[in-house]
Design a protein around this ligand. Sequence first.
Ligand SMILES: [Mg+2]
Length: 160
Amino acid sequence: MNPSLIVFDLDYTLWDAGETWCDHLNPPFENTAAGPIDSDGRLVRLYDDVREILDWCQQENISMALASRTYEPSWAGKLISMLGIADLFDYKEIFPASKVTHFTNLHEASGIPLNEMLFFDDEMRNIYEVGRMGVTAVFVENGMIIELFEEGLKKWESKQ
Ligand SMILES: [Mg+2]
């Protein structure tokens, strides 16, 4: 059995935005062979295992969503498009607020119960707040990796 919805944070979870948060970059962004760069040459790249993880979710027909509290939602949206992953996500909640709001919106938009969701994020406050809502929330220490993703799936399953 799989979660009905898997939700990912962006900064320091799916991508490394030039070793900072994407709202600290300096647009315009330009596409290069390595990926999008900002006007200071800082590269935004998905962590190595991310494409494989997203592909697996797609093959398993698991809905995917983004939950980001960035202060520059339009920049994040542009970068998601430039990285070619925009269409993979059924829901994109990208705005600065507590992630309780993001997940309230996700629940309302999808009709999916919170306990059928699995969430990955690199900030403990988000893990704590969203976990309290009944979502299985997994702390990401150094960007998404396959092992952590599989651990998250097991953790979710053990809570059902
Ligand atoms: Mg983050």
